[in-house]
Design a protein around this ligand. Structure first.
Ligand SMILES: Nc1nc2c(ncn2[C@@H]2O[C@H](COP(=O)(O)OP(=O)(O)OP(=O)(O)O)[C@@H](O)[C@H]2O)c(=O)[nH]1
Ligand SMILES: [Mg+2]
Length: 279
């Protein structure tokens, strides 16, 4: 299932509390304070992965929490740290602070990582508070709370060329011919209900093409599939405007900006690739 927008609650782990303890050992009289430090809480890390194609996996849960650190222990032993929680997201995911609606980060390169909420620090144990004046402190710190927040993830596919055009213009057919992608193709409008990516190999040149579901006049008011998917062409370097130029269609049906005349490549319903929008 293709999911390209999701809102999540995330919380980093709390730091473990520092311990209050005194060393009690045979032959070590008055061993002194020996309370260890609590372990740091785990952070939540977002990582771009080219193996992920949609936000579906992360959308299965509404909230994510990294593990907390363990409390400090006796004999000056530190508590175990909470491990980081890593969420793998598709390349092209933008991360927004949901409440303030501010872009926090943009994951555009495979392997890119960003710590989105940091784990709380572990509290110091009583061993850390010993001074010459107070050699047996009975105080320790509490662990810090981990950061928390609500984020919105929006996937904007990263491709070199985007195919846009009216329903049934032949967009998916074009993609299926030039790449190994297999979007649904049929002679009724709105066959394709989600964007499809394909890798095009032309001689020694390789680039990525995306097929965007048909956009019709009035899409901005919600007609057809709306213009929900248009953002997937926002980052393409080139927009191929696919125009249906079959003899059955009087003139080239084209209602989008950059009107163009395509060319028939065969009889029947033939897509023509018209003029393009070059940013
Ligand atoms: N004869 C002929 N038929 C074509 C050509 N390209 C597409 N078609 C047919 O046109 C119909 C629509 O093609 P699609 O590729 O599904 O069109 P689309 O633009 O992806 O349509 P939506 O996904 O519904 O927006 C299908 O029946 C195709 O077989 C062509 O070059 N020649
Ligand atoms: Mg299609």
């Amino acid at each position: 299932m293709f999911v390209d927008r999701v809102t999540l609650k995330i919380r980093a782990g709390r730091g473990g509390d520092g311990a209050i303890s005194f060393l009690r050992e045979k032959y070590v009289p008055r061993g002194g304070p020996a309370g260890g430090t609590g372990g740091d809480g785990g952070s939540v890390i977002l990582r771009a992965s080219e193996h992920k194609k949609t936000l579906y996996d992360v959308s299965l849960k509404r909230s994510y929490e990294a593990p907390s650190g363990q409390p400090g222990r006796k004999k000056n032993q530190s508590g175990q740290k909470g491990g980081d929680l890593i969420l793998d997201l598709p390349v092209g995911t933008q991360v927004f602070d949901h409440l303030r609606n501010v872009l926090m980060t943009d994951l555009v390169v495979d392997g890119q990582e960003v710590v989105i909420v940091r784990g709380g620090r572990g509290g110091r144990g009583n061993a850390s508070f010993a001074t010459s004046e107070n050699q047996a402190p009975r105080v320790a710190e509490k662990g810090e709370e981990g950061e928390a927040g609500e984020i919105r993830l929006e996937l904007k596919l990263i491709a070199d060329a985007g195919i846009s055009g009216l329903p049934n213009a032949g967009k998916s057919t074009l993609l299926s011919v030039v790449s190994a992608a297999r979007p649904q193709i049929a002679d009724y409008p709105f066959t394709t209900l989600r964007p499809y990516l394909g890798v095009v190999d032309h001689r020694s040149f390789r680039f990525i093409m995306v097929d965007i579901p048909g956009i019709i006049e009035g899409a901005s008011e919600g007609a057809g599939l709306g213009f929900e998917f248009l953002r997937h062409v926002e980052r393409t370097r080139l927009i191929l405007h696919c125009v249906d130029c079959s003899p059955l269609t009087p003139g080239c049906r084209c209602s989008l900006p950059g009107k163009t005349s395509g060319r028939n490549r065969s009889c029947g319903c033939v897509p023509g690739i018209g003029n393009v929008d070059v940013p």
